[in-house]
Ligand binder design. Structure first.
Ligand SMILES: NC(=O)c1ccc[n+]([C@@H]2O[C@H](COP(=O)([O-])OP(=O)(O)OC[C@H]3O[C@@H](n4cnc5c(N)ncnc54)[C@H](OP(=O)(O)O)[C@@H]3O)[C@@H](O)[C@H]2O)c1
Length: 247
């Protein structure tokens, strides 16, 4: 069990993307943690996770009304210690990870930006006020190392890379605004490593031995990172092993 001692006891947590590989692993681990009291599991279709600590809500963050409604029902339950945005998309609905410029499409870019950057940004707009500001609280959005400009040596994946780079900038900018207003809200991006989920399935061929993580392992490592974060980390992109990834 990952210790979460840097947070208040009776932690209250929101996980968006509860249906996803990494999102559901977070919920599983958090529901086994003695320090966690309530978990709000948000997904587009609404899940029926069977655990006394887990409450299921529907939310599609591409629709503002859906976010507003979810934020309102969450606000009525009290303040939160941790929000994890575990949503994201690499392909689907006109999106293919482009190997070259000939594969670029309007749909690919707009769907990528909507899911990977605009959705998390609008989630921050409506959900950041739900975080407690008297003690440590964390807003963590799943980003990706491929969104780092300085780390880009392979090229390709234009829309996904660009949308994650935009997310990294959004996180950095949120941390600056939040730092002015609140004392203890930490805002970070997380890189989970290469994880065996539906998102990475088609691209696992070249992953070196031992480098394809289970969702449980990745979520456990990311919870350790979240536990160790301080205000100094706010605005940064942190990897599963605690490394700060340069933008
Ligand atoms: N897996 C990896 O190797 C890897 C590597 C680097 C970064 N990441 C990042 O980690 C995050 C989680 O990925 P994963 O591997 O767990 O992928 P996944 O299993 O495909 O899960 C993605 C989640 O995003 C949700 N989602 C997509 N569009 C949404 C929308 N419009 N509104 C609300 N939810 C939406 C999906 O919900 P539905 O079920 O409703 O579609 C699903 O819960 C992503 O940000 C991804 O970019 C993953």
């Amino acid at each position: 069990m990952t210790p979460l001692n840097s947070f208040e006891t009776n932690m209250r947590v929101i996980v968006l993307g509860a249906s996803g590989g990494i999102g559901s692993a977070f919920i599983q681990l958090l529901s086994q943690n003695d320090r966690v009291k309530d978990i709000y599991a948000l997904s587009r279709q609404g899940l029926s996770l069977n655990d006394k600590t887990v409450y299921n809500l529907t939310c599609d963050f591409t629709e503002e009304e859906s976010l507003i409604a979810a934020a309102e029902s969450l606000r009525e339950t009290g303040v939160f210690d941790l929000i994890i945005v575990a949503t994201g998309k690499l392909q689907g609905e006109g999106m293919v990870p482009e190997k070259n410029i000939r594969a670029m499409t309007y749909d690919g870019f707009s769907n990528s930006f909507m899911t990977n950057a605009i959705g998390p940004a609008m989630t921050a707009k409506y959900f950041l006020p739900l975080l407690r500001s008297d003690k440590k609280s964390v807003f963590a959005a799943l980003s990706a190392r491929v969104g780092s400009l300085s780390d880009n040596r392979l090229g390709g994946w234009y829309a996904y890379r660009a949308s994650k780079a935009a997310l990294n900038m959004i996180i950095k900018t949120l941390s600056i605004e939040s730092g002015r207003r609140y004392k203890d809200k930490i805002i970070i991006g997380l890189h989970p490593g290469t994880v065996d989920t539906s998102l990475s399935k088609p691209f696992q061929g070249n992953v070196p031995d031992g480098k394809l993580f289970t969702p449980e392992y990745s979520a456990k490592k990311l919870l350790e990172v979240i536990e160790a974060t301080t205000l100094e980390d706010s605005g940064n992109l942190l990897a599963w092993d605690g490394e700060t990834i340069p933008f």
